[in-house]
Design a protein around this ligand. Structure first.
Ligand SMILES: Cc1ncc(COP(=O)(O)O)c(C=O)c1O
Length: 389
């Protein structure tokens, strides 16, 4: 039976052939560290890192390649942004839709560094109202941190309006673009964003183990480095370099993952993101329409794909979400994620916390209409077996 992967919000699979190829090529034929030595392969490793940085900068509309800092993951980028900007006494505004990679660092900062945190609510369908954010701004508000698209509901948040509010009040604005980058076109220069965190392994199609943080020009001066170490530059100094991107990149780079990320971005550049987005919108509409016809299945978020990405949360009446997800894999090789998806406050907001969350279906660049038809047939087949009256 063919494996049908609908867990792309966790990490994307499969990857383009070129990603497999460059990772293997680097590991077999190169294997050198970047930015540290002068032999041929080391120079090539250096070039791989800098080319991917350039591609990444171009892809998200950054001013130049020095605006992109490589991290180990989306979580790592968010930790750098939050821990690097917030000081004792600061206030931060975020939302109930956030992932634990924002909620937990903020909780730790509240407990250890006297940072205060406001979680603004979302509507029943999963949207944050910019006016609610504006109403929470205080004299000591340092940062607004907002998810671009919910990893539970796929709902796309009004980041343009929130960015303008942040700018008008002189507050830093951090976007968690974990679910949107690679699936939604966006231009960093047109958003009033100071910091944009992203993983390399989801919509950008790179391997696990790489992410990044975009810094708007000058914002790096307001962010402390949270790790210091070797950079291969200014080695005579015990002070960590202040130049970009070294300021935030201590230690060896994950060159194979960065090589794969470069190939992933190149592949995306050969696609039309708008066409992919339309395809996902249509898939969302088809799945939601099919669910409306199946007794006992509930869906969360808006009824259509217009303002959401290809991420759908479902539950079945009186059926454990883990059982639902396990049966899909065991019987149909359909692979999804069940539970809270690391976003407990989002589940509180939509009323699914007590039942253990939802079953999440998330579409990737390689899912086909046939995958969707198989899924709809599977849901029709298993719903009568699983739903307990
Ligand atoms: C909204 C959101 N933010 C952050 C992350 C963390 O990204 P990573 O898995 O690369 O650490 C995820 C991952 O699921 C996510 O969905």
């Amino acid at each position: 039976m063919r494996r049908i992967f609908f867990d792309n919000a966790a990490t994307s699979w499969p990857k383009p052939e070129s990603v497999y190829r460059v990772v293997e090529d680097y590991l077999r034929s190169n294997g050198a560290p970047a930015g540290r030595s002068v032999y041929r392969e080391a120079g090539e490793a250096d070039r791989i890192v800098s080319e991917t940085r350039k591609k990444m900068a171009r892809f998200i509309g950054a001013e130049d390649l020095s605006r992109i800092v490589f991290t180990a993951s989306g979580t790592d980028a968010l930790n750098l942004a939050l821990q690097g900007t917030l000081r004792p006494g600061d206030h931060v505004i975020t939302s109930v839709l956030e992932h634990n990679s924002v909620l937990r660092p903020l909780q730790a900062l509240a407990q250890t560094r006297d940072v205060s945190v406001t979680h603004v609510p979302c509507s029943a369908l999963g949207y944050v109202d910019p006016d609610l954010i504006q109403a929470e701004i205080r004299p000591n508000t340092k940062l607004i941190a907002l998810i671009h698209a919910s990893n539970v509901l796929g709902t796309i948040q009004p980041i343009e309006s929130v960015g303008k509010i942040a700018q008008n009040h002189g507050v830093l604005f951090l976007i968690d673009a974990a679910q949107s980058v690679g699936y939604l076109p966006f231009d960093a220069r047109e958003l009033s964003a100071d910091l944009i965190a992203f993983p390399g392994h989801k919509g950008l199609l790179g391997p696990l183990g790489v992410g990044g943080l975009y810094f708007a020009p000058g914002v790096e001066d307001q962010v402390r480095s949270v790790r210091q170490g070797g950079t291969g530059t200014k080695s005579e100094s015990l002070d960590h370099p202040a130049s970009m991107p070294e300021k935030f990149e201590a230690g060896n780079h994950n060159v194979p993952a960065i090589a794969g990320l470069g190939a992933g971005i190149e592949f995306l550049e050969s696609l039309d993101i708008e066409t992919q987005r339309t395809k996902h919108r249509e898939m969302v509409d088809v799945l939601l329409a099919a669910c409306r016809e199946i007794d006992g299945i509930s869906s969360y978020g808006p009824d259509e794909g217009l303002d959401r990405l290809g991420v759908i949360s479902l539950s079945m009446a009186n059926c454990d979400v883990q059982e639902f997800a396990s049966l899909l894999d065991a019987s149909f090789r359909i692979q999804v994620r069940s539970g809270l998806h690391c976003a407990p406050l989002a589940h509180k907001a939509i009323g699914t916390i007590a039942s253990g969350g939802t079953v999440r279906f998330s579409f990737g660049h390689f899912n086909t209409d046939q995958d969707l038809q198989i899924l709809v047939a599977a849901l029709n087949e298993i719903a009568p077996l699983l739903i307990k009256p």
